[in-house]
Design a binder for this molecule. Structure first.
Ligand SMILES: Nc1nc(=O)c2c([nH]1)NC[C@@H]1CN(c3ccc(C(=O)N[C@@H](CCC(=O)O)C(=O)O)cc3)C=[N+]21
Length: 296
């Protein structure tokens, strides 16, 4: 029988740990604060930002959202970031991606105080992750590690294939999977748009993480029996629904499920974990900045 991971249930159990850590911070007079900055974005951005805001309220994080008109120059965003860096009530800062074309992403990511960089995208934090001493693990791959652990999947010794090489998911996922640390120790192959024979790679995999942003591109015939499949995609595809679209993953769930031993669906898999790990990283940030130890 294939085990279908319930991302919402795993997220809820991690949130219990997050709530307990927040209690410990509150006992010392510290309320963790997270600021989300939204400048333009795509169809999903406003939805994701309000989901993050709601998740903060649910666990007792002081969440604020700052909106900047996408027609403003990049300097407007820099000023907001500088103010948030200086604000002691703000422990975590997240700048929602994507940004408008005229705003240089790298400048923005470097501008965030690395101690408040709960996304883990600042070059200092990327460097720490790659060198094996992570401060903030990027939320999506971090959530996938938690999800695998909850499903009793240990990547150690596995042939893992990561589909996609983004800064947000593919690269940090590959790094975490190959680290000499819990949740790592896998042999990792990273595939992308220039990979010659994708199915040859995925058929030889024990674990596949699909993060390419192409609806249902990974199908059952590309997998061997017993593979662990994690679907990171949340693609909006046109559909005859109230909203005019439906969400679908990068994995063709029905055919992949025939082969997989463990599979995470989308929606209802990685997405809720991503948001939960943002809360987790915010609590870690509050602990680092206040000097109050928490157990996480
Ligand atoms: N700086 C930054 N950090 C991010 O972490 C970040 C970002 N920018 N830009 C966009 C992506 C996307 N992302 C998602 C978060 C939650 C769900 C999620 O919870 N999805 C639900 C369904 C949501 C719905 O119903 O619309 C699910 O999969 O079950 C999906 C996608 C975070 N991102």
């Amino acid at each position: 029988m294939t085990h279908v991971i319930d991302g919402n249930a795993v997220a809820e159990s991690v949130r219990d740990d997050v709530r307990a850590a927040i209690d410990d911070l509150e006992a010392e007079g510290v309320t963790p604060g997270l600021a989300t900055v939204l400048m333009g974005g795509d169809d999903g951005s406003a939805t994701y930002v309000s989901m993050k805001q709601r998740a903060c309220e649910e666990v007792g994080i002081d969440g604020t959202t700052v909106e900047i008109d996408p027609d403003e120059p990049a300097e407007a965003l820099y000023e907001v970031i500088d103010d948030l860096n200086d604000d002691p009530a703000v422990h975590g800062i997240l700048v929602q991606m994507p940004l408008p074309d005229h705003v240089p992403k790298r400048e923005v990511l470097s501008r965030v105080d690395p101690l408040k960089d709960v996304d883990g995208f600042h070059p200092e934090n990327v460097g720490r992750l790659v060198s094996g001493n992570p401060r903030f693990k990027p939320c999506t791959p971090h959530g996938i590690q938690k999800m695998l652990a909850a499903a009793d999947v240990d990547p150690e010794g596995m042939d893992a294939v990561v589909l996609g090489r983004s800064e947000i998911v593919g690269k940090p996922m590959a790094n975490l999977l190959m680290q000499k640390a819990d949740g790592g120790n896998a042999t990792v192959t990273v595939c992308h748009s220039r990979t010659r024979d994708l199915a040859e790679k995925t058929r030889n995999a024990d674990l596949v993480v699909a993060a390419v942003g192409r609806p249902e591109m990974l199908t059952g015939d590309m997998l061997s029996e017993g593979t662990v499949v994690i679907d990171v995609g949340t693609n909006r595809v046109d559909a005859d629904t109230e909203k005019g679209y439906e969400l679908t993953g990068d994995v063709d769930f029905e055919s992949a499920k025939q082969k997989a031993s463990v599979i995470s669906p989308s929606p209802g898999g990685v997405g809720p974990m991503t948001i939960t790990m943002l809360l987790y990283n915010t609590v870690t940030a509050a602990s680092l900045q206040s000097g109050v130890d928490v157990e996480l």
